[in-house]
Every structure is written in structure tokens, then in C-alpha cells.
Design a binder for this molecule. Sequence first.
Ligand code: CA
Length: 225
Amino acid sequence: MQILIVEDEKKVADFLVRGLRAEGYFIDWIADGSEAMGALIEQKPDLVILDRMLPKMDGLQICRLIRAQQLPVRVLMLSALAEVSDRVDGLRAGADDYLVKPFAFEELLARIEALSKRNPFTHIERKLIVGELELDLDTMQVKRSGNLLSLTAKELAVLELLMSSPQKVFSRERILATVWGINEDPLTNVVDVYIRRLRKKVDAPFNQNYIKTLRGIGYCLSAEI
Ligand code: CA
């Protein structure tokens, strides 16, 4: 399997090149985003590990070009940006997978293996489904009873957390820590505000409420009555 690494940070690139060569992959490395398309067309790698922030041409632009030109290459995007909206941007630009820096080398290997097994022309859907509610993890689109709901990035992040374990109760502190990265209680009601917004979009137009409040404990999502 041939892998092209597009990464401007020499330390990261060295680590990737050495580690992946030791695993038996054929590796090429370029640091300049503007050289990526030429290298892809010339070398026809099976996979490109594409850093998001690059000089001259960034990873998102390159990814869109790869898809626009229908190059048969899988794209694993790397980025220091961990926000849900950044992952969404990467996936919408056409990346097959997204890994946040710093990452464990073992995780990178596991993702490369998974991508190498995936036929680039058959798309495996990754979805969270609770009752009539559906969250597509590739496109971050949410549907209830087939109706597309329009959610902001933070609303999506809260919903993704609740949907990841239906019927599990999440405390406000846990939601704050996971979605906002705040670890001590800052005495804000931001979680309640977002739950209210989510309810308006996810529950109010439909005849059953999925988002439940457990007074004094937290919130959970369940399709059970
Ligand atoms: Ca970079």
C-alpha cells in the first residue's frame, strides 16, 4: 500500500514516515500543499494523510480538489482542530476519516487498516439511531422521521453525546466537560440553554419527547415512553 503524507511540520512528518515505513508501507512525503495535487496524480497513492493547515494550499482545498477530480484515493485528514464543526468541515470536504492531533500511533495504524479495507467506491454509513431520530456521523446531518433538522455545531455536539448512549443520564458537568471542555462548574446555565434549543428542534415539532430531564441529575435521550 502506498501512502502520500502531506504535512508541513517536519517533526510530525518524520515521525509518520519512520513509523509507517517500519510497518511496511511505501511512503512519500511532501511539505507544500501546492505540490499535493501534482504528487497525487503522478504517484497514484492508495491513501493520502493530509494535514489540514498547510502553507499555500490548505488541506480542505486539496480534499475538495481530490473529490472534484474524482481521484481514487482515500483521504485521512489530520488536524489540531478538535471542534465538531472542524470535523464536519473536513468530512464535508470529502475526507474519509479525520484524526485529531496529537494522536496515538496505534490509532493511526488502526484507521489506515480500516480505510485500506474499505472499497473507495462503496460507502459504509455510520449512523446513530434512536427511535425516529438519526444522526449521520459522516455528514453530521440529523433527521427525525425523515425530516432534515438544522442544528448548529454545538447543538450537534450535545445531541451526538446524548445519542451515543441512549437512556444513559449525562450530568450537566459531563456535558460541559465533553462539549465545551470546561472541567469545573462555572455556574453557567449554558447546558440548559442548549438543551432547550435542541428540544425546540428535535422534539417540539414531533409528537413524542426524546430528551428527558432528570431533575437534579441531568439529561438523557430515549425513545421509550
Ligand atoms: Ca500544519
